[in-house]
Design a protein around this ligand. Structure first.
Ligand code: NAI
Ligand code: BGC
Length: 255
């Protein structure tokens, strides 16, 4: 398996894309620290699924908007599994509010959970990787909206735009240490973040029609790309984003 003896952290790891990433990494032989903020029962169940794959995991309740909690995730990887090879900064939230109606609290929440967490997650993971030696992988779960406006979700777009430059700049800075930094930019994925769209037949029809492949992605279709990026097969990829969007960013009505 391609990730034998590797140790990973996945933030926001007990739902949606994060959960699929945990299973994809464990499916390739990695031990995984699963970060979560709510629903410990879901984490317990996921740990059982990882064990059924013959791999190890450790659930840790940690709020990624707090640097001390991020350090606790890194320390758990080092103390429980001996090292850290792959950091997946996946946790994220959105408010679906525009530039005119976003409050200061909403702005701070989105930027802290999505961007501050990825910045310090990258910093703390890189320090651990440099200290232990041997390089590492940092994978930032961005979005098509790092580059493509989503009117009515402005703070979210800002946070993902920041992640885009974090990936590029940290990728350049950390390359001499053998650490690669890659962004993953999903389009629309069938997870809790899109529950209100999926539950509304008219909105779902409009969204499906905007996607050349004609449907939302399943979380596994994003997680498989993350597992590839974590493996030696992706050794020459850094400081860039891989979009996994069913073609949505290139979609055109053909006028
Ligand atoms: P989700 O809502 O299932 O996952 C978000 C996760 O982040 C949840 O597990 C949540 O508990 C966790 N989280 C929220 N605040 C946190 C905090 N303070 N500390 C730690 N964890 C926290 O939705 P999904 O879709 O799986 O989202 C995962 C990532 O994928 C997010 O960064 C999102 O922006 C990104 N993404 C999702 C897309 C989609 O269409 N579903 C498309 C593009 C990007
Ligand atoms: C957003 C979703 C949206 C998708 C495609 C994601 O980053 O979180 O709300 O459906 O992009 O636009």
């Amino acid at each position: 398996m391609k990730l034998n003896d590797k140790v990973a952290i996945v933030t926001g790891g007990n739902t949606g894309i994060g959960k699929a990433v945990v299973l994809a990494l464990a499916g390739q032989g990695a031990s995984v620290v699963i970060d979560y903020v709510c629903n410990p029962e879901a984490t317990d169940e996921l740990e059982r699924q990882v064990a059924a794959l013959g791999e190890k995991s450790a659930g840790v309740e940690a709020d990624v908007s707090k640097v001390a909690d991020l350090q606790r995730l890194v320390d758990t990887a080092a103390q429980t599994f001996g090292r850290l090879d792959v950091m997946v900064n996946n946790a994220g939230v959105e408010t679906r509010t525009s530039v005119l109606d976003t409050t200061e609290d909403q702005y701070a929440k989105v930027l802290d959970i999505n961007l501050k967490s990825a910045f310090f997650g990258t910093q703390l993971a890189a320090k651990q990787m440099i200290g232990q030696g041997g390089g590492g992988r940092i994978i930032n779960m961005s979005s098509v909206h790092e580059d493509w406006p989503m009117p009515g979700n402005t703070a979210y777009c800002l946070s993902k735009g920041g992640m885009r430059m974090l990936t590029r700049t940290a990728g350049v800075e950390l390359a001499p240490h053998g650490i690669t930094v890659v962004g993953v930019g999903p389009g629309a994925v069938d997870t809790p973040i899109n529950a209100s769209t999926v539950a509304d037949p008219a909105k779902l029809k409009t969204l499906d029609a905007a996607i050349p492949i004609g449907r939302l992605a399943e979380p596994d279709e994003i997680a498989g790309v993350v597992a590839f990026l974590a493996s030696d097969d992706a050794s020459y990829l850094t400081a860039t984003t891989i979009f996994v969007d069913g073609g949505i960013m290139q979609s055109s009505p053909g006028l």
